[in-house]
Design a protein around this ligand. Sequence first.
Ligand SMILES: [Zn+2]
Ligand SMILES: [Zn+2]
Length: 303
Amino acid sequence: GEKGIKRSCQTVLYWIPVIFITLIVAWSYYAYVVQLCIVVYLLAYHVVFILFTWAYWQTIFTKPMNPLKEFHLSYSDKELLEREDRGESQQEILRRIAKDLPIYTRTMSGAIRFCDRCQLVKPDRCHHCSVCDKCILKMDHHCPWVNNCVGFSNYKFFMLFLAYSLLYCIFITATDLQYFIKFWTNGLPDTQAKFHIMFLFFAASMFSVSLASLFVYHCWLVCKNRSTLEAVRAPAFRHGADKNGFSLGLSKNFRQVFGDEMRYWPFPVYSSLGDGCSFPTCLVNQDPEQPTSPGHNPPPNKT
Ligand SMILES: [Zn+2]
Ligand SMILES: [Zn+2]
């Protein structure tokens, strides 16, 4: 029907930024390897290129994680909730359900965070993405450049994608510089390569600037253990909003995203800690109403 056509059009549209980036990268490969072709640089170039495209691929094609079954309302709870039309009695039901879940965050007004669309009690740091139309665990943002939600399942890949794409651009800029200067001083033979060498330098240096700012910002977020959404609006706990609510110190914050094993840090393979539904917080003990059973959430002092 009409809705189906609209949806397929949207699906095609959403891939345009990814196709755009892929075409630029493919051209940059052609320009560097075939046209510029500085043999001594080619080995290092390919190492960076492979890491960059691998991380990009993983960020695009790793499915975002959705809340586990235990966060979804049971059939009887759904019926119960539907029958109540007052917000307060609905909250009563949700509070009862949330009691058995490892949840520490609340809405700004202190209510249980509930997704009407998915009919579930939102785990901590989980948000509903309007593009994916799903609740995404530790949602960071919906990224059009990868046509995917960046969240718990692929945040490490996204960080590596930023790091390696930046490295890729800096590498090209640095090694292309001398030929770029020769171009302006008319020291280059007038061939087709001239055009590619010039635009390679422009594109790589321009992307370097924008990627560097994004990368620095996300490094700061990792160090502070905040998602982009949490940086915009601090998560609220029972005692109120606290922008540092999930921060466990620099080393533990980094390990939550990159894992405990150093040998996995540079590669876009999954190594993040935790299950994405519950997160250790130093504020657990200030929340007497919530369970702290080891089955549900790790002890606050251990990651
Ligand atoms: Zn939802
Ligand atoms: Zn999304």
